[in-house]
Unconditional design. Structure first.
Length: 221
């Protein structure tokens, strides 16, 4: 059973990586297929195989790097446009928290796929879909141990991208500003995270916090 679990872990991280590369190459259909496959296998792993007990909040999977995706750019607001990669701990049976953490990252990547396509096409429905998937990822992240700096980093990235969609695409200004306020409250994750965002991304997110102001009418359309 443990050998099967480790094989599945490798397949899951591989599918997530394939999706990131496909998104970087502009192949959104293949990216969507790969991220969906990773999420389905994560669901199978959590529901059907032996899962280790939680061990005091530690997370074994590493958020190892990210892959930039062209086409995710807005002069008004920095959008974090990099798909996130993870790797399970070598030879370790994952805990349910581990599986949830990896699910959160694949959900972020799936949302980014829709976000990118929405920015290229200007399609409101795609922005709505992206926001809903980001919110799913955030819900998963919020259920993970707060002491994990990696979780805090991912929460910042999700909230940042949600703030862009709500403010500039859906006119949901209050929701956007709430996400930015939550980022301000957890800004220390930039220094403490095991996955340290490159300085330009960090600086751009900080600029979002400084430059995004409430409009005259702050209501959600």
């Amino acid at each position: 059973m443990a050998a099967l679990t480790i094989t599945l872990q490798n397949q899951i991280s591989g599918l997530n990586h394939q999706g990131a590369i496909a998104l970087a190459c502009g192949n959104e259909k293949e990216a969507h297929r790969s991220f969906k496959g990773a999420l389905e296998m994560l669901g199978f792993l959590s529901n059907n195989l032996e899962i280790a007990e939680a061990d005091g909040g530690a997370l074994h999977p590493a958020l190892v790097s990210s892959v930039p995706s062209p086409g995710v750019a807005d002069e008004r607001f920095f959008v974090f446009g990099e798909a996130l990669l993870f790797q399970f701990g070598d030879g370790e049976v994952p805990s349910l928290q581990d599986v949830c953490f990896c699910s959160c990252l694949s959900l972020f990547n799936m949302a980014l796929t829709y976000h990118r396509k929405a920015m290229l096409t200007g399609t409101r429905q795609l922005f709505l879909t992206a926001s809903r998937i980001y919110e799913q990822a955030l819900s998963v992240a919020d259920g993970l141990p707060e002491e994990s700096a990696n979780v805090g980093c991912v929460q910042v990235l999700i909230r940042n991208n949600l703030a862009h969609i709500f403010y500039y695409e859906l006119d949901c200004f209050e929701e956007s500003l709430q996400h930015l306020e939550r980022i301000k409250a957890s800004i220390q994750v930039f220094e403490n995270g095991l996955f340290r965002m490159d300085s330009p991304s960090k600086d751009e997110i900080l600029l979002n916090l400084l430059l995004t102001k409430p409009p005259m009418t702050a209501r959600c359309a």
